[in-house]
Ligand binder design. Structure first.
Ligand SMILES: Nc1ncnc2c1ncn2[C@@H]1O[C@H](COP(=O)(O)OP(=O)(O)OP(=O)(O)O)[C@@H](O)[C@H]1O
Length: 251
């Protein structure tokens, strides 16, 4: 029997008086791709940080492959974290390191291990994201924004994670480059059988990357459903958000 890959149950998190997460429930099946949408400051990043074990919820449960991570020991959290890959907003590449070391960073933790093998692995991973071996020795700041995003994507998949988190994967890219990245994310997650969780403001990206979309508002998931229903959800919050209307229940 296989259960959900990630399961959040009644997750709550407040900062002082401010309740950010107020009973989040969300279940993600193995191989599924889910996008969390919601306005600025609704707690999308806080949700992600709680799942990553970087922030501890005040209450509730978060299970990864059936293992509880809320209140788990640091060593247990480390083990669970080894299943995760992450594409950070803005890429977060190290300009002081050549591309090949950036791509293999998750495997070497920045140590100078097995350079020949790591270079080969970096070249093979870059090929998966449509980049050539000619950029292996360049620094990230010598690349265009779209290429940096691909390098960041290569870094996220290099350790072959079971679960990958995408934080605003198309931020800063024009619509065409965004579409290229969305297509790449879809094909990589499908080919590698990775479970994916994306947080984004970009509806085009959410609809393309995810099979299912969940909307966070007022500390809760107020709606979730298949991506085809995003513009036909029957939910006034989703309707207002996806159509970018000033009028509606969201203030
Ligand atoms: N470490 C912290 N200490 C205090 N408040 C915090 C902390 N982290 C987040 N918050 C607050 O929690 C709220 C939710 O933040 P979060 O970054 O999750 O929003 P978001 O939905 O990801 O927004 P955006 O789309 O703008 O990135 C914000 O009001 C933020 O100020």
């Amino acid at each position: 029997m296989t259960g959900p890959k990630i399961k959040l149950c009644e997750v709550r998190k407040a900062f002082g008086e401010k309740r950010v997460l107020d009973g989040v429930n969300l279940s993600i099946e193995p191989g599924e791709s889910v996008a969390i949408i919601g306005g600025s400051g609704t707690g999308k990043s806080v949700t992600l940080k709680c799942i990553l074990g970087l922030m501890r919820p005040d209450s509730g449960s978060i299970e990864v492959d059936g293992q509880e991570i809320v209140g788990a020991r640091p060593r247990e959290i480390e083990k669970v974290r080894a299943k995760f890959g992450m594409l950070f907003q803005g890429g977060a590449l190290f300009d002081s390191l050549p591309v090949w070391r950036n791509v293999t960073f998750g495997l070497t933790q920045g140590k100078r291990r097995e350079p020949q093998r790591m270079r080969r692995l970096a070249a093979a991973t870059l090929e998966r994201v449509g980049l050539g071996a000619d950029i292996l020795d360049l620094r990230p700041n010598e690349l265009s924004g779209g290429m940096q995003k691909r390098v960041a994507l290569a870094r996220a998949i290099a350790p072959r994670p079971e679960i990958i988190f995408f934080d605003e994967p198309t931020t800063g890219l024009d619509p065409i480059r965004s579409d290229v990245i969305n297509d790449l994310i879809v094909s990589l997650t499908q080919d590698l059988g990775i479970t994916a969780l994306t947080i984004t403001h970009d509806m085009v990206s959410a609809r393309k990357i995810a099979n299912r979309v969940a909307m966070l508002y007022n500390g809760r998931i107020v709606w979730h459903g298949p991506r085809d229903r995003l513009y036909d959800s029957g939910n006034p919050y989703v309707d207002q958000f996806v159509n970018g209307r000033a009028e509606g229940p969201i203030r």
